[in-house]
Design a protein around this ligand. Structure first.
Ligand SMILES: NC(=O)C1=CN([C@@H]2O[C@H](COP(=O)(O)OP(=O)(O)OC[C@H]3O[C@@H](n4cnc5c(N)ncnc54)[C@H](O)[C@@H]3O)[C@@H](O)[C@H]2O)C=CC1
Ligand SMILES: O=C([O-])CC(=O)C(=O)O
Length: 350
């Protein structure tokens, strides 16, 4: 009761954001004690990404219930994480019989379930195994928590997101505002690499990354990076390539032991936090994500997205592009289009 009254007042304050009391009210309204109940489920929670992501979500005061699901290993991960003295109650679920229980009542479902790359593989080489995993998990989401926001991490994201959309369409639960391909790691990398090259504080850096999440479909827009810098064209080209190959850099360094897990868990936690803030009515929450889109002729595309109480509030445009970026945009379209179509075809046929 007290919380809902507080929230109405805070929302009124939001409408008049110059009010000196508004920031105080909002702080109270969205602080951990009064934040609304939010259940977050992680599918693939015992994996390389799933475990550190479970840790990071346990540290998030906006989460009240943390549901950890995998086909094996979740009781141990859940017992371990549950001892941390933060707000959320943790429950572990293992095996398909428990998937419904894991999902029921979820506000956000994060999916890092599936196999990772080994050196020499592309993300698309994961399609044959991961497409089926994502399809069956999304079928369960449509049944048990059709209104949840879905944060898709499993690769190839350029195809797994269209697969999820088709599964939800077939089930009659598709809401394009609620399905997200997580491309935050591309942004995290672009920020880190840009800060290093431009010699600016990394905490102040912003770089949009658009397109998709594989090789040349990852298009960082360094012309829009802030703080501004005077990097030469060849430096921008090298930064772009390093961002596009960031995943492969980690795969090769891990030499057969998987792909990015820790940086991905961080990126997944940043994106889920943004979704939670959006759901809770925090204004001006903007992150890049691979979503259903009209920004280009492609039906799914990553760009900046404003997050709100229903998920996507607004898909933002690309802004001004340099000639180099315009070229990159045209070059990525055929590959991204083919990956989207591959996902749709798989989901329609199976
Ligand atoms: N979107 C992105 O930026 C990134 C995506 N990834 C992708 O994330 C996925 C997971 O990577 P890792 O955690 O390193 O792999 P991992 O092999 O360490 O963990 C995957 C987990 O998924 C579980 N799993 C398999 N089938 C399942 C099912 N049907 N239901 C529930 N859980 C199931 C496994 O038991 C395992 O615990 C890979 O596809 C990888 O390519 C990785 C890094 C970045
Ligand atoms: O490269 C991979 O296979 C995993 C991934 O998506 C990334 O690290 O960006």
């Amino acid at each position: 009761m007290r919380t809902s009254v507080l929230r109405s007042v805070a929302e009124a304050a939001l409408r008049n954001r110059s009010s000196s009391s508004s920031s105080h009210l909002l702080r109270r309204c969205y602080s951990s004690e009064s934040a609304p109940e939010r259940k977050v489920a992680i599918l693939g929670a015992a994996g390389g990404i799933g475990q550190p992501l479970a840790l990071l979500m346990k540290l998030n005061p906006l989460v009240s219930k943390l549901s950890l699901y995998d086909i094996a290993g979740t009781p141990g991960v859940a017992a371990d994480v549950s001892h941390i003295n933060t707000r959320s109650e943790v429950a572990g679920f293992m095996g398909e019989d428990q998937l419904g229980q894991a999902l029921e009542g979820s506000d956000i479902v994060i999916i890092p379930a599936g196999v990772p790359r080994k050196p020499g593989m592309t993300r698309d080489d994961l399609f044959n195994i991961n497409a089926g995993i994502v399809k069956s998990l999304c079928t369960a989401i449509a049944k048990y928590c059709p209104n949840a926001l879905v944060n898709m991490i499993s690769n190839p994201v350029n195809s797994t997101v269209p697969i999820a959309a088709e599964v939800f369409k077939k089930a009659g639960t598709y809401d394009e505002k609620k399905l997200f391909g997580v491309t935050t790691l591309d942004v995290v990398r672009a920020k880190t690499f840009y800060a290093g090259k431009a010699k600016v504080p990394v905490s102040e850096v912003n770089v949009p990354v658009v397109g998709g999440h594989a090789g040349i479909t990852i298009l960082p827009l360094f012309s829009q990076a802030t703080p501004k810098s005077n990097l030469a064209d060849d430096e921008i080209a090298a930064l772009t390539k390093r961002t596009q190959d960031g995943g492969t850099e980690v795969v090769e360094a891990k030499a057969g032991k998987g792909s990015a897990t820790l940086s991905m868990a961080y990126a997944g936690a940043v994106f889920a936090d943004a979704c939670l803030k959006g759901l809770n009515g925090v204004p001006d929450v903007v992150e890049c994500s691979f979503v259903q889109s009209n920004v280009t002729e492609l039906t799914f595309f990553a760009s900046k997205v404003r997050l709100g109480k229903n998920g996507v509030e607004e898909v933002l445009g690309l802004g001004p592009l340099s000639d180099y970026e315009k070229q990159g945009l045209e070059s990525l379209k055929p590959e991204l289009k083919a990956s989207i179509e591959k996902g749709i075809k798989f989901a329609s046929a199976n």
